[in-house]
Design a protein around this ligand. Structure first.
Ligand SMILES: [Zn+2]
Length: 58
């Protein structure tokens, strides 16, 4: 058994999700949510990077 770092539920298996530069282990419910949030954060981050003239990725 493992405990989700997000909702503190006990689950059989944790899913690794990349959030920014960190990787967190959470349950699948939280993984879906975090992936969505990470995508949104990444989108807005790339906008900021564009404004700063930073072409780090893609
Ligand atoms: Zn969770």
């Amino acid at each position: 058994m493992a405990v989700c770092k997000e909702c503190e539920d006990e689950v059989d298996e944790l899913v690794k999700v990349k959030v920014g530069k960190r990787t967190v282990k959470v349950c699948e419910d939280c993984a879906d949510r975090l992936r969505e949030e990470a995508q949104i954060a990444e989108d807005s981050e790339s906008v900021i990077q564009d404004m700063m003239g930073f072409k780090g990725r893609r």
